[in-house]
Design a protein around this ligand. Structure first.
Ligand code: HEM
Length: 265
């Protein structure tokens, strides 16, 4: 029988027509810099999607005790994070006046409303019920956040992995409420110090988690500096105090025990 389906092309596989139709500036003209602003945000959302995909893989590999491939996937995640931080340089070429030329057209839209960013936070342990409630019921975003909120975090996958590696992780940690924030624990710190001193394979894994934690903090720091240089101390379009709010989110570690032990090693 003859094959009537069209041959796959670059354009059909990657949905280029659809992709190129997705950048729709709102300003009159439109203002020159609005396209860059849209493209950068869309690229970030694609990276967020890819990160979530890779994080799920890391957790699954840890659960399968496949340390080597978990490390390999974490390395990919960290490389993506570096690119994400570097991309802020491009947006920093936009001056305050260039941004003001279309800012009003954003109305109340803000990166604060990125559900994929919140999903990443949830997956890494920074859970927040209120963040779910900002999304309307019966939407993809709400369903995804609700699912991530109830799911174990990367830290939980790591603690279970350490337990299977023979470390005495207390049952209270293995059975903890995964919707609660990750808190420092002297029992876990004792284990981690042991890992660092005697177990190079798992110490490497710990280092990659520290890289990840630092990488996200780096993105937050660079984002707040970009915000400061672009809008100063003005309020955000999302309704927050702006840079002052963002500054409160910089420097809070995801995995506090991995930082706390460093002064005691
Ligand atoms: C000129 C560029 C930008 C400015 C002036 C800006 C400004 C802001 C402000 C003021 C906030 C605080 C919430 C609010 O009141 O709106 C915020 C939050 C946020 N922005 Fe941006 N932003 C910019 C670019 C970006 C880009 C490129 C991304 C990439 C996706 C992004 C992602 C986020 C995220 C995820 C939050 C929430 C952070 C949190 O709650 O911890 N922003 N932004």
């Amino acid at each position: 029988m003859a094959d009537t389906s069209a041959a796959v092309t670059y354009g059909s596989y990657l949905k280029i027509e659809e992709l190129l139709a997705l950048q729709q500036p709102r300003s009159e003209g439109p203002e020159h810099d609005e396209l860059l602003f849209i493209v950068i945000h869309q690229v970030y959302e694609l990276w967020f999607k890819e990160l979530l995909h890779e994080f799920d893989r890391v957790a699954a590999l840890l659960t399968a005790d496949d340390t080597s491939r978990a490390q390999h996937t974490l390395k990919r995640v960290l490389t993506i994070l570096k690119v994400m931080v570097a991309q802020l340089d491009i947006l920093e070429t936009m001056t305050p006046l260039e941004f003001l030329s279309f800012r009003a057209r954003l109305e109340a839209a803000s990166g604060f409303q990125s559900d994929q960013f919140r999903q990443i936070e949830f997956l890494l342990g920074a859970k927040n019920q209120a963040a779910i409630e900002r999304f309307p019921p019966h939407t993809r975003a709400r369903a995804a956040l609700t699912r991530r909120h109830a799911a174990p975090t990367m830290w939980d996958a790591f603690l279970h992995y350490l337990s299977r590696e023979g470390y005495p992780v207390p049952a209270a940690h293995l059975e903890r409420d995964v919707t609660a924030p990750i808190e420092s624990s002297s029992a876990i710190q004792k284990i981690l110090m042991d890992v660092y001193r005697t177990d190079p394979k798992n110490a490497e894994l710990c280092e990659r988690l520290v890289d990840l934690d630092e990488g996200l903090q780096e993105w937050r720091y660079r984002h707040v500096k970009m915000v400061e240089r672009t809008i100063g101390m003005k309020r955000g379009t999302g309704g927050s105090p702006g840079a002052a709010y963002l500054a409160t989110t910089v420097g809070t570690p995801l995995f506090p025990d991995l930082w706390d032990i460093r002064g005691h090693l």
